[in-house]
Design a protein around this ligand. Structure first.
Ligand code: NAP
Ligand code: F7E
Length: 323
């Protein structure tokens, strides 16, 4: 029989790739979207997909319960979040309500309405914050010292998932995902901002790019590889938490060098710093050790950093060629 997946954050970057992936595996795919005053672009990433949508909000417990009763899912993917770290300092209350209380709302609806389903929580490497193991990696056992309202909210989500798993014997698991990007990434996240800006400069449409901290390091993978990991985590007999990462790390500066270089430009001639893009407290370094998911679940990423960036560059070049 067809399995039903219920995805929150279905219209986001990961939600859209996960929907496509699950549809390709024969799933019935369902999800919630928030009410928005302009509907035109809200569903661009999932436009035309044969999925079932209802209005809902992680903060609105009734809407979650309604969706859970209506869809009766076998697998629940809680991807909905205020996902921008810097903006989480501007709207901390909304961030915490959505990313922390929203997880509890989902877990309670899951526990009371469809307790035999399997639950995936979109946890984040931002939870590690300033903590790094001595060998320079973060892994499942690394302590969590979050440095943003976003990171703090995700730590609550992570812990309440573990609590519900232990207390009520539910299948609830965390994927601790490091940064993952794609052409569908919001253009106020650093990779897509740099790629879009560099393509505009290469076409004479802009002459500079204002950035924040160029010296933080991130472990960047492709969203398509990471949604396969989410699905794999729910196909196991036992619920467990897994780090998902490439194991490589690069600075924002190195990323700029690569992207501008691909376009025949020297980034130093165009990139300036605007304090507006700095964070009240920065997370300087992320590099994930994903040995557990690679050995136990045989997860292997298909994209390299270069393939990922090249795909994003081609995406923006195509957009501007048709304008
Ligand atoms: P994204 O593109 O920002 O998508 C987030 C989705 O959540 C959007 O569709 C958004 O809808 C929805 N949402 C926001 N607030 C909501 C609320 N109160 N109720 C219901 N839905 C709400 O993020 P993503 O990159 O796909 O990430 C997916 C998940 O993985 C998020 O939980 C994120 O925190 C987590 N994560 C991401 C990364 C990464 O590098 N991408 C790494 C680790 C963890 P609107 O458009 O209406 O706001
Ligand atoms: O920043 C630096 C910035 O906003 C990466 C989310 O998906 O991954 C993401 O969070 C780095 C930071 O992602 C600009 O200071 C410099 O050090 O692309 P980002 P993030 O904060 O790492 C984690 C794992 C998540 O879970 C989150 O949901 O780049 N940086 N200059 C800049 N960042 C931005 N956005 N804009 C700049 O101008």
């Amino acid at each position: 029989m067809k399995k039903t997946a219920f995805i929150t954050g279905i219209a986001g970057q990961d939600g859209s790739y996960l929907s496509e992936y699950l549809l390709s595996l024969g799933y019935r795919v369902t999800g919630i979207v928030r009410r928005n005053s302009t509907v035109e672009h809200q569903r661009d990433r999932i436009y035309g997909l044969p999925i079932e949508l209802e209005y809902g909000d992680l903060i609105d417990q009734g809407s979650i319960e309604r969706a859970m009763r209506l869809f009766k899912p076998d697998e629940i993917y809680n991807l909905g979040a205020q996902s921008h770290v810097r903006i989480s300092s501007d709207i901390p209350h909304f961030t915490v309500q959505t990313n922390a209380m929203g997880v509890l709302n989902m877990l309670e609806a899951f526990r009371h309405i469809v307790p035999n389903a399997k639950f995936y929580q979109a946890s984040s490497s931002e939870m590690f914050g300033s903590a790094v193991d001595e060998d320079g990696y973060q892994r499942e056992t690394t302590p969590m010292h979050p440095v943003s309202p976003y990171g703090c909210s995700k730590v609550f989500g992570y812990n309440i998932v573990r609590h519900h798993r232990n207390a009520y014997k539910l299948f609830a698991a965390n994927g601790i995902l490091f940064n993952h990007e794609s052409p569908r990434r919001g253009s106020n996240f650093v990779t897509n901002k740099v790629v879009k800006g560099a393509v505009e400069i290469s076409l004479g449409l802009a002459d500079k790019l204002e950035m924040g901290n160029m010296d933080s390091f991130r472990d960047w993978g492709h969203s398509k590889d990471y949604v396969r990991a989410m699905h794999l985590i729910l196909q196991q007999d036992k619920p467990e938490d897994y780090v998902v990462a490439t194991g490589e790390t690069r600075s924002v500066r190195e990323m700029c060098e690569y992207v501008f270089g691909k376009l025949g430009l020297d980034y130093q001639a165009y990139v300036t710093q605007n304090p507006k893009f700095l964070r009240p407290e920065e997370l300087p370094y992320l590099r994930g050790d994903s040995k557990k998911i690679r050995t136990e679940l045989k997860w292997v990423p298909e994209y390299s950093f270069e393939n990922l960036m090249d795909e994003m560059i081609a995406h923006w070049q195509e957009i501007y060629s048709t304008k």
